[in-house]
Ligand binder design. Structure first.
Ligand code: PA5
Length: 472
């Protein structure tokens, strides 16, 4: 049966952010929200005005990719037919989306399934340059049956380009001229080295629009190609994004869940809530928390405002998993400093059900579990944790997904992208730059002797030498 979009609409419940529920000392009041309605309006209008411009190309991705999607689907079909392993080489925004969507929508032991049950290539995302991991990859793939998708917008990221060089060398040695059949490049059409390399080697290439930054790129070929190769319905993902976009087409926080999320986090931050915990109650969503952490941290952690004045804003995002982290982090969240907002992600309908069978009749303290489902248990534990936090005056809110599917993920990711854009405006910062990340990238180039980074190298060499007094 075809599902109606409104049945798949996500819901944002922020009762436990409010003073009526968590108390006046910590909670946010209706009066505060009212007093900030002009700020919401301004943030909303600026985001609306800038849609599709500058670095806001991401806002139009649900609408302007018909041709790209057709190309992706055709390529994905061929890849699924010809290969047994699909390996993404990328890092940060060029990896976290593909990882999160894979985990959310494919079997939780996908790579361990037999070929017939898996119905698609095994999937690996190599987002680190740990040599042990690279060697481990070579132990599990068969190069002749592998396609590597090298993803880097800048085409110069040391990690991704090192991986590319290693893979290309291996492919060239094994397959000579046919090496190019094993690599797909996803990169900027205009700038960077990868596009030049791709042209020289004749690689199949997809483009990352220059107006789409890494952490906002899941809904362009960065995320759509790996998803399509995995057999995920990418059109449905884009439809979900467009659906929530429409729903968020007004500044009123009572009607726009992205605005509600943004203004509440903004007010909470100004009240000392420096930490934003993302806690899905579903293994399928555990890497969505990682994706959120990058989006929130890299977009909002800024030292200066757009007008040049000091900012020093941004919540530290923390990834947590329900129920697993109830047995590690939740003690801190319930009784530690009043510096956090916990966002639960709840799922109304899991994709399966497991009943706890009868047993242990002579042990009532175990037997009470019998006859219930794990579905009931995970949801009850979420509500119990929510209760415990609220009782201790800890701000928390919940994003409800009716189920985990392509549509709801599109909604979820796009809503958080919008929320990031709104709160960035509220802080008055540039949401789309990342000078802190660039500093580290540039220092690596300088230390490795890249041409053009001689000054940076001098700067590094003149930094104070480490003292033995402080190493023990
Ligand atoms: O969000 C960002 O801009 C970064 O996290 C980038 O995605 C990351 O640094 C990788 O960059 P690139 O795609 O240019 O290799």
């Amino acid at each position: 049966m075809r599902q109606r979009s409104q049945d798949l609409r996500l819901r944002f419940d922020f009762n436990n952010m409010m003073s009526e529920y968590v108390g006046k000392e910590q909670g946010i009041t209706k009066a505060q929200l009212k007093a900030n309605s002009e700020l919401c309006k301004k943030a909303f209008e600026t985001v609306q005005e800038n849609r599709g411009k500058g670095m806001m190309g991401w806002s139009e991705l649900p609408y302007n990719q018909d041709q790209v999607v057709a190309d992706i689907l055709e390529t994905a079909k061929a890849v699924r037919k010809s290969c047994k392993y699909f390996v993404v080489l990328g890092i940060g925004g060029s990896a976290l989306g593909p990882i999160a969507v894979f985990q959310a929508l494919k079997h939780l032991h996908y790579n361990d399934l037999k070929d017939k049950a898996r119905k698609g290539p095994k999937f690996y995302v190599e987002d680190n340059v740990d040599p042990e991991r690279m060697l481990a990859l070579f132990d599990v793939i068969e190069p002749e049956k592998t396609i590597f998708n090298v993803i880097t917008k800048s085409g110069s990221t040391s990690e991704t380009m090192s991986q590319y060089l290693i893979i290309w060398d291996m492919l060239k040695q094994k397959f000579g001229e046919r090496a190019k059949d094993h690599v797909i490049a996803t990169t900027s059409m205009q700038s960077g080295n990868l596009i030049k390399i791709a042209k020289k080697e004749g690689l199949k290439t997809f483009y990352i629009p220059d107006s789409v930054g890494g952490r906002f790129s899941e809904l362009c070929p960065v995320g759509l190609l790996p998803a399509a190769v995995l057999g995920i319905d990418i059109k449905k993902m884009l439809k979900g994004a467009a659906y929530i976009d429409k729903l968020c087409n007004k500044p009123d926080y009572t009607k726009n869940p992205a605005m509600a999320f943004a203004i509440l986090q903004y007010l909470a931050f100004n009240q000392g809530k420096n930490v934003s915990v993302m806690m899905p109650y579903a293994d399928s969503l555990k890497y969505m928390a990682d994706w959120y952490c990058q989006l929130w941290a890299e977009s909002l952690g800024k030292a200066v405002k757009k007008d040049g004045s000091p900012a020093f804003v941004g919540q530290t995002p923390v990834k947590s998993l329900g129920v697993t982290d109830q047995h590690s982090q939740v003690q801190l969240y319930t009784e530690g400093p009043f510096d956090k907002v916990v966002t639960f992600i709840a799922v109304d309908g899991y994709r399966g059900s497991v009943t706890i069978p009868d047993g242990c009749e002579e042990f009532p303290n175990v037997n009470f579990l019998c006859g219930h489902t794990l579905n009931e248990l995970i949801d009850t534990e979420r509500r119990a944790t929510e209760y415990a936090l609220t009782k201790k005056q800890r701000l928390n809110n919940t994003i409800y997904l009716p189920e985990v599917n392509e549509f709801t993920l599109g909604e979820f990711m796009f809503m958080l992208e919008l929320a990031t854009a709104y709160i960035g405006e509220m802080f008055g910062i540039d949401t789309y730059d990342q000078p802190g990340v660039e500093e580290g990238k540039n220092a690596t180039y300088a230390m490795f002797g890249r041409v053009g980074y001689e000054e940076k190298r001098k700067e590094l060499e003149s930094a104070p030498k480490q003292s033995k007094d402080y190493i023990c």
